[in-house]
Design a protein around this ligand. Structure first.
Ligand code: DSN
Length: 415
């Protein structure tokens, strides 16, 4: 047993036991939440390091506290690796989260009340893309675009039509529940046509972009935000990347605009994850995420499940449960019983509410990290469809649960 573990057991056995319980839950179940992943031991080690102790408001070489010579090196390394990885002019690696990163961009390049366009949350956007309940929607004047009623795809001509009418200062692309390729080039063209800035939030697909599996927002978008913990497989947190002309405004907007001292242990962990993402193995991993998603989508449809847009091009899919006799909330609970973790999700034009919507969202980044491939996806597709079809049969659910647990034994994650 390592020293840290021993001290945690001695100092706080309750928390130690809860950490062990969570590890067991991860090992014995299937994590299909599209925005989650499992970091490497190296990333975990950086997160659990003594770098957490230091205050370092400011940026490398320009700090408000002494003793930051080591932190400067850590942060500069993270910046340099992010720039190389994404091929961007400037990177700020300090944002605590994707939400803060988005708000910092607005804070940096917009004035309060400015008109912005973003994808409607109910159509796959994000709260910070202008939802009225979110700070973004309260402070800025968001005009939301959606997906087409029939195809459920982004209709770029329609986005342009709205942009011409609304004359936004900025157009934001990016999504949390859109299973198809996003055409960043097209977004840039239509933003240019109306004289708007072009921003992309690539949080979900960053790992696929790095691996060349999804088209990059660069060189099209002027400002790009991303979380670091989804397909990118780093620690919880975010980055903002931009063209040189926005660098000063973005840095000032993050600190002192929105945040205090950066979380240096997470900056180090981001640097480790960026290094991992530069390796050829990461490309193979990212390609497998998409192969797995396509295999799972195929099997689900073979089993009679309805998928929004009829499949996927990326790491996620949205199941439309409208004709299945069960709501998204109930499906999340039923799948939980068989140790398959998913999240309920609105589908486009959903007549139901966000807390009990008509869909569930499923993603493959985490199970791909565990080493699962197409054959496991087939089994998982059958289990999901069976659990939903037989949601009233405790006996059937119990039998699926034991099959799930049996398969998981072959893919132990953290020991
Ligand atoms: N919570 C994230 C997701 O699940 O997509 C977005 O912030």
């Amino acid at each position: 047993m390592d020293v840290c573990k021993k001290e945690l057991i001695e100092n706080d056995k309750i928390i130690y036991d809860l950490i062990e319980a969570e590890k067991k839950r991860l090992n014995e179940g299937l994590e299909l939440i599209a925005s989650e992943n499992f970091v490497s031991r190296a990333v975990l080690d950086a997160i659990g390091s003594t770098l957490i102790n230091k205050y370092s408001e400011g940026y490398p070489g320009r700090r408000y506290y002494g003793g930051n010579e080591v932190i400067d090196e850590v942060e500069q390394l993270a910046i340099d690796r992010a720039k190389e990885l994404f091929g961007c002019d400037h990177a700020n690696v300090q944002p605590y989260s994707g939400s803060i990163a988005n708000l910092a961009v607005y804070n940096g390049v917009l004035d309060m009340g400015d008109k912005v366009m973003g994808l409607n949350l109910a159509h796959g956007g994000h709260l910070t893309h202008g939802h009225p309940i979110n700070y973004s929607g309260k402070v800025y004047n968001f005009a939301q675009y959606g997906v087409d009623k029939e195809t459920h795809l982004i209709d770029y001509d329609e986005v342009l039509k709205i942009a011409k009418k609304e004359k936004p200062k900025m157009i934001l692309s990016g999504a949390t529940a859109y299973p198809r390729i996003i055409d960043f080039k097209r977004f840039h063209e239509l933003a240019e046509e109306v004289g708007a800035m072009c921003m992309a939030d690539v949080s979900h697909i960053a790992g696929l972009i790095i691996a060349g599996i999804h088209p990059s927002p660069f060189p099209h978008a002027e400002i790009v935000t991303s979380t670091t913990h989804k397909t990118l497989r780093g620690p919880r947190g975010a980055i903002i990347m931009c063209k040189s002309k926005f660098a000063k405004d973005i840095d000032r907007a993050v600190f002192p605009g929105m945040q205090g001292g950066p979380h240096n242990h997470l900056t180090a962990a981001k640097a480790v994850a960026f290094k991992e993402a530069q390796l050829p193995e990461f490309k193979t991993y990212a390609a497998q995420i998409v192969k797995n998603a396509k295999a799972l989508a195929e099997e689900l449809m073979t089993q009679g499940m309805e998928l929004i847009t009829g499949g996927t091009d990326n790491h996620l899919m949205l199941i439309d449960l409208t004709n299945s006799g069960i709501t998204g909330k109930d499906a999340e609970n039923v799948l939980g019983k068989v140790r398959i973790t998913v999240n309920k999700n609105m589908i486009p034009y959903d007549p139901r509410t966000p807390f009990n919507p008509s869909g569930i969202r499923i993603g493959t980044p985490a199970i791909t990290t565990r080493g699962m491939k197409e054959s496991e996806m087939k089994a998982i597709g059958v289990w999901i469809a069976d659990a939903i079809k037989h949601h009233d049969s405790e006996h059937k659910l119990e039998s699926i649960r034991s099959e799930v647990c049996e398969m998981c034994k072959g893919f132990i994650l953290y020991d």
